[in-house]
Design a protein around this ligand. Structure first.
Ligand code: HEC
Length: 129
């Protein structure tokens, strides 16, 4: 599975990645792979933006975002993160406004830099380190 082979999901932020994907497919090995986003950056985002509602005690829709293992085990109908597939990962789709209600619930949407970081974490394998 080529990790650059992501479906375009409409967000202007990933246009560059999609273009890179086309180049990578034509010229394999010409582009360096994306650097994996470390989980600690995602953990602090979850802590500040999500954990007041999604934690070990309260977890609407069976979503507990208070640790990597809880996050990866979250979801009422299957996982909320599919590594390598931002377009199938509810964790991102509820944050970028694709799915409603937008998260964080009833508060200011995340900024585009945070959303992009979350997307890149998923694209680069949603690693726990
Ligand atoms: C103020 C409380 C609150 C905050 C903060 C919050 N959520 Fe939620 N979240 C909810 C509630 C309530 C639901 C159930 C919503 C519904 O289905 O009506 C939910 C549902 C979800 C779902 C599951 C949707 C589904 O149906 O499978 C995801 C994924 C999610 N939240 C992610 C996040 C993320 C990521 C953050 C932080 C950026 C966040 N939430 C912040 C309250 C919150």
């Amino acid at each position: 599975m080529n990790k650059f082979n992501i479906a375009p999901i409409g967000a202007t932020l990933i246009v560059g990645l999609v273009a890179a994907s086309a180049v990578a497919q034509k010229h394999p090995g010409k582009l360096p792979p994306l650097k994996p986003v470390p989980y600690r950056l995602i953990a602090s985002m979850m802590k500040f933006e999500c954990e007041s509602c999604h934690n070990a005690k309260k977890h609407p829709e069976n979503v507990d975002l208070s640790s990597y293992s809880a996050l990866m085990a979250s979801g009422e109908k299957g996982p909320i993160v599919i590594p390598g597939h931002p377009e199938k990962s509810k964790l991102l789709l509820y944050v970028d406004g694709t799915k409603k209600p937008r998260m964080p619930f009833k508060s200011k949407p995340l900024g585009s830099a945070e959303i992009d970081l979350l997307r890149r974490w998923i694209i680069t394998g949603a690693k726990g380190k």
